[in-house]
Design a protein around this ligand. Sequence first.
Ligand code: SF4
Ligand code: SF4
Length: 417
Amino acid sequence: MGDSGRPQGKGLRRRDLLVSTGAIAAGAAAAGCEYRTQLYLLGSPPESEVRRPGWSGSSVIARRRLGRTGFDMSDISFGTTKLQDPAVARRAIERGINYFDTAPDYADAASERALGEGIRGTPRDQLFIASKFCTPDGHLDDDTPVPEVMAAVEASLRRLQIDHLDLVHIHAVNSVERLMAPNIHEAFDRLKEQGKVRFLGVSSHTPRLEEVMRHAVDSDRFDVIMVAYNFEHWPKLHGIFHDAHEKDVGVVAMKTLKGAHHTQLAEFTPNERESFAQAAFKWVLANPDVSGLVISIRDFGQIDEYLYASGKAPTASDLALLEKYDGLITRMYCRPGCGACLESCPADVPIDDILRYRMYAENYGQERDAMRAYAKLDPERTAAHCASCSAPCEAACPYEIPIRERLVATHERLRWS
Ligand code: SF4
Ligand code: SF4
């Protein structure tokens, strides 16, 4: 299933992608610079440019209880979507990060392997490791047989070189049916009996997020919820978070940078660009019902930068900066959980998913993962339709996002051929 819980095409699988990758590289070598765009896309993401001497040596200042798990997690924690170097995970541990979020489909399982190397030697009970019901090829369908669901988690354990996960999420949930899929719950129960998992969680950032999270909290089945949450968005989430807190369900925030457009905004000064992530984190952590946040980290500099915000409250200038950002990105940022345009598209294009893949490529430096995700879409539902369309979707978007223009550009950027 796709990130929005919709069925996706299975015509192009991981093997095909690897073949495509090799073919592009080989073709480029043969043709000189003809394919240099693709070669750039296949390269490593750029290093962070933002550095300030004052951030050097930053460490975790605050920890918070992750609900009924009883674990005190670092307020700013490690998302591994971009992790390739185990030394970065080791540095994070030295600086006090003790919660790591990973998944088999991050970098084609390379992130789980790198994390496994990075945590080797650290006493297991000092760390909290979360992964997902998933395979390197993508999310598991709701009706995946129980033994296959269990095998997917056991494969994660092998890659991570550990004997249990502290938390396993049902991943990118966009319907109550998927949230409560009997096979996945039965697999969790059996894995728990075997000591291979400890707690159950749910992650979501897609159109029915509030409904899913409300049901997850009310069901008493979930120990942790991981939710797209950022400044001035999702008014109903505050009530859900409060109820989660009352029921001792842990709340982990993700997508806290609200699209991470800050490095691209010409209207931002260098100082504003550098201060933005810390301001966004402080805003999220000002909510006492949030246990902590997960941010994708790929290099040593980001550990310095991000942990500088640990334990700090937002200032008036932080809030002014977030407000300025909001004004600048309003027609660029596809809001998680919106989905208002989806029904208007005659081709049933998953507009929100594709704009999210664009964000991964453009703002997070995750070009390859974005291309991989785009390639997994049903070929009948890609943005190839948009070039010749009158774009009824645009009238349905309350934020006036120029959807057609952005989808046409995204198709050109992320398609494999
Ligand atoms: S422009 Fe694209 S997304 Fe919008 S309605 Fe047309 S085909 Fe659908
Ligand atoms: S209506 Fe606009 S913000 Fe909402 S999902 Fe569509 S493009 Fe995104």
